[in-house]
Design a protein around this ligand. Sequence first.
Ligand code: SAM
Length: 246
Amino acid sequence: MDSIPANRRLWNQISSAYQHEHDPQIGAAPRLWGMYSIPDAHLHALGDVSGRRVLELGCGAGQWSRVLADEGATVVGVDLSEAQLTAAAAAMGPTRYSLVQGAAEQLPFAADSFDLVFCDFGGLSWAPPHLAVPQAARVLRRGGRLVFNVASPWFEACYDESARRVTTTLQRDYFGLNTIAEGDGATSYQLTYGDWVKVLRGAGLAIDDLIEPRPEPGTPNGYNETDPPDWAHRWPAELLWVTHKP
Ligand SMILES: C[S@@+](CC[C@H](N)C(=O)[O-])C[C@H]1O[C@@H](n2cnc3c(N)ncnc32)[C@H](O)[C@@H]1O
């Protein structure tokens, strides 16, 4: 299915409100992962990027990209939404990096262009993984890494649409997750653990780690209500995959 036009429309519509609500959290400090803003210094997912060619898939307003550019990486932020790219351009600091409009499932870059491809709830949450993962693998050089954070199937399967919160009850089939309707045809994507392994290995990537970021009790979720409030301290809310191209 082609969700590019609808996802682009959605993010153009919500960009301004999204940044107003979430930028203070996402941009509060360098290198914060996911819904609970867990520092990379605790998770050790990304490593040293100085001198590396880095691609962020679905960079949004560039909170990650600008930090990695400041650390000495040559960064390209790709995003589907011109409104999100405008927000990224407006927030760019003195260290410039490139912004490109494009889709994670059709990357406009040559093979072997990057040392690191990564995202945090970006292109690998909003593009079909069976298309976007092979694209990421294609643009990586041998030895390069694909690192990305997505919602966990637990989180999605326990999300109660009508109550608009994550619960302790299974609300939908684990094996039926696949696509999540985000309104007006916009779609996000979720795979089972087994399908992630198949898609990653099928694209020729080796899996180095699957980090399950675990917030301390009392850490607020900036995006979703959970019941109980410390849900993510007890069950995994996110999957942070660390892979490389052998
Ligand atoms: C939740 S934001 C992630 C960016 C940032 N890490 C954040 O947390 O705000 C999702 C981003 O993915 C972008 N996006 C949606 N579909 C995409 C696609 N198919 N390819 C690339 N980017 C896409 C959206 O425009 C949006 O900027």
